[in-house]
Design a protein around this ligand. Structure first.
Ligand code: UDP
Ligand code: MG
Length: 329
């Protein structure tokens, strides 16, 4: 298999307005780093003309390969698809909207050569909506208490990985992929490069606030069973309080002999316990749902078209056999 110095994986969803600009920016910035690079656009089921543009760019410049997934599988799956096809000695991942400045790669790559396996770009939150950055900051604080892998605020998917880090990521076959956690879970020496926040080049963010909340819940649940443990603690605490109160009521009834008292308390107790139980059921249900999805063992993505040859597999499941699935031009 032919390898290149640097592969750049770019997941794209409805990025027709960015692709040509991205091509221009990447050709310019990557040429300053190495002449031996490839770019992999992964079309994640775009509804616009992204694929047509990718085809065109590929014809003009075969260093820009592409892979079109059969539908929208989500950014995590798109990145995975890119990593599974990348042939580079170093593999970079970046967004299509130029929020991840390609020029920064020239600062990041030398660190990889110094022996780091991951070089991550950390963005400052300058220019972010105040509410979003506050929530994010709070989230990471709570998150890092909850889970066993360490995740930093401002560190996203923009990073360069060594070949063995890529192999490590590909060996994690789980269906629910929370890459921030996975990147941290695989370990290896990691270097950090700071950059300033950049506005999206064109189009709009695919993340709504509710997506971010769900992403947050995913993050906590996919990395440990601690919420289940917390449910036990909370349950024990509530039970203790309930026993103490029951003792009080019994004694009160024995002394005062007034069994009809306490309507308000009963209502409060029923509603309170009902709520707690529902939340706990929800937590357990979430884990159960995850197990359900994992047991299906479906492929993480399906490929509909690629710039390469016919050898690109229609489905790509991960696992040891996956190396044979790599396409090379
Ligand atoms: N993206 C994708 N699939 C999705 C959602 C997003 O491939 O289902 C891509 C998108 O095209 C972009 C990157 O992921 O290249 C980041 O998306 P976006 O800019 O919407 O996220 P934000 O920067 O607001 O976090
Ligand atoms: Mg963006």
């Amino acid at each position: 298999m032919e390898t290149v110095e640097l592969s750049v994986v770019v997941p794209c969803l409805n990025e027709e307005r960015m692709l040509l600009r991205l091509h221009e920016a990447l050709t310019h910035d990557l040429a300053a780093i190495t002449s031996d690079f490839e770019v992999l656009f992964i079309d994640d089921g775009s509804q616009d003309d992204s694929v047509a543009l990718m085809r065109k760019i590929n014809q003009l410049d075969p260093r820009f390969r592409f892979l079109a997934l059969s539908r929208n599988f989500g950014k995590e799956a798109a990145m995975l698809a890119g990593l599974s096809q990348a042939t580079g000695r170093a593999v970079a991942i970046m967004d299509a909207d130029l929020q991840h400045p390609p020029a920064l790669l020239s600062k990041m790559l030398p660190l990889l050569d110094m022996g780091y396996d991951q070089v991550v770009a950390r963005r400052t939150r300058k220019g972010d909506a105040a509410a979003r950055s506050l929530v994010a900051r709070l989230y990471y604080r709570v998150f890092n208490r909850l889970i066993e892998v360490d995740i930093q605020d401002g560190v996203g998917d923009f990073r360069i990985l060594s070949q063995r880090a890529v192999r490590a990521l590909l060996s994690l076959g789980e269906y629910n992929r929370f890459s921030k956690g996975l990147f941290s879970w695989i370990g290896f020496d990691t270097a950090v490069v700071d950059y300033d926040n950049v506005e999206r080049g064109a189009g709009e963010s695919k993340w709504r606030f509710s997506d971010l909340v769900n992403y947050g819940i995913d993050g906590v649940l996919s990395f440990n069973a601690r919420p289940l443990r917390m449910a036990i603690h909370l349950g024990a605490f509530v039970t203790l309080v309930a026993f103490a109160y029951a003792a009080f009521v019994v004694v009160d009834a024995l002394i005062g002999g007034n069994p009809v008292d306490g309507y308000v308390t009963i209502i409060c107790a029923i509603l309170g316990f009902g709520g707690v139980q529902l939340i706990m059921l929800g937590v357990i249900g979430e884990y159960l749902g995850r197990i359900y999805y994992e047991t299906k063992r479906r492929p993480h993505f399906l490929v509909k078209e690629s710039s390469g040859d016919a050898s690109t597999p229609v489905t790509t499941a991960l696992g040891p056999a996956h190396d044979e699935n790599r396409s090379s031009e």
